[in-house]
Design a protein around this ligand. Structure first.
Ligand code: GLY
Ligand code: MN
Ligand code: MN
Length: 369
């Protein structure tokens, strides 16, 4: 996509003569390949892309996705798709495209070391340039197409979040609930979950990045459900916390505090504000409560082609918020041995503030056993 290629080069100074992106084998695929080459489906293992400062793009596609690749080229006159039928043919083509280039940008953050060694051997006189920061800067603010897909991914997450209370049954395992959530996301149009669905019942909710496992739902359990959908490669990421059965006054209070912390962060969120100020606004609410120190992670992160899309927001981030960023706002309080509460929403930063992508209710919900 010409505009995206130019956006990346716009962040490079001095500009290399070409940018070379390479996918290895899943999970070592470079999201930036799909940022420049907008093809909605396919793995593209072993495929490469060469982009130029004038906005043109050559893609060397694996034959396994040739149909999708050719289809994408039909609607993009700045894109040329090649489908080499052997490794030798692919390498010869890369030589043809890059032998004349002195400086070549690489995505140091995503390229495998093995692939780098191969390129070093193929192009011994190339001057390699680390393009990873420029790529990250380009990707962190979204264009209209990206925002449309993020909204759809968020709509799917919100729809499933609304359905969770109706799925709960005493004795069901975390895995059973996660399975149902994943199924519903795909039923609503997702190509799959955007990461391993987190369902933590009772004390398991106190571990922020827990994976669903075998604990059975009991009356009196709080629960953290953190999940997201991929829609045409773009991710959503939403967390809702519920309570099942017998009342728990402490968890209710904790939930109210987390809601307050999220509101405090949203109240300062606008372009120009350093990321750390948004984090600190939420942390201040929690640190002024008896739960000081129990908010143990950054407030959020950028979302896009990956669920953690390269830009985090915590107490150290000086970089200002920019219009067009898509980020999560996800404060939480974690009580080891008891349970956790996290409320996570996806938002887009607008000229004056933000708008929600995720819309499911955020209030404390007690579901009867
Ligand atoms: N889904 C993991 C997180 O919220 O960062
Ligand atoms: Mn999440
Ligand atoms: Mn998140």
């Amino acid at each position: 996509m010409k505009a995206r290629v130019e956006k990346v080069f716009g962040h490079l100074d001095p500009k290399p003569e070409a940018l070379l992106l390479a996918n290895s084998v899943e999970p070592h695929l470079d999201g930036s390949f799909f940022y420049l080459f907008d093809v909605p489906s396919g793995l593209f293992e072993g495929s490469t892309a060469v982009a130029y400062p004038d906005g043109n793009l050559d893609v060397l596609s694996s034959p396994l996705e040739a149909t999708s690749a050719h289809l994408a080229a039909k609607t993009d006159r700045h894109l040329t798709v090649h489908v080499p039928t052997s490794r030798e043919e692919g390498d010869a083509l890369l030589h043809k495209l890059l032998d004349s280039k002195g400086s070549v940008g690489l995505n140091y953050q995503e390229l495998t070391h093995q692939q780098f060694l191969k390129f070093e051997k193929m192009f011994p006189s190339a001057r390699w340039v680390d393009a990873s920061t420029a790529i990250k800067r380009a990707r962190v603010t979204k264009d209209a197409e990206e925002l449309g897909r993020l909204q759809k991914a968020a709509d799917i997450g919100s729809a499933v979040a609304r359905e969770i209370p109706g799925m709960l049954q005493e004795g069901m395992t975390e895995l059973a609930l996660a399975t149902e959530m994943n199924y519903r996301m795909m039923k609503h149009g997702a190509s799959g979950p955007s990461f391993s669905t987190i369902v933590g019942f009772g004390p398991n909710g106190a571990e922020p990045h827990y994976f669903a496992a075998g604990r059975k739902l009991q009356s009196g359990d709080s629960m953290v459900c953190d999940f997201g959908a991929f829609y045409r490669r773009y991710a959503s990421d939403i967390t809702r916390s519920f309570h099942f059965g017998k009342r728990d006054d402490e968890m209710k209070k904790v939930h109210e505090l987390v809601e307050e912390a999220q509101q405090a962060a949203l109240a300062v969120l606008r372009p120009g504000v350093p990321g750390k100020d948004v984090h600190n606004a939420a942390a201040k609410v929690i640190d002024a409560s008896p739960y000081k120190g129990r908010f143990m992670h950054g407030l959020g992160h950028s979302i896009g082609l990956n669920v953690h899309d390269g830009w985090g927001m915590n107490q150290l981030v000086e970089e200002p918020i920019e219009e067009g960023m898509a980020i999560t706002i996800e404060p939480g309080i974690y009580l080891a041995g008891h349970g956790g509460v996290r409320i996570e929403d996806d938002v887009v930063v607008t000229k004056d503030g933000y708008r929600f992508l995720t819309t499911a209710p955020r209030e404390y919900l007690e579901v009867s056993a």
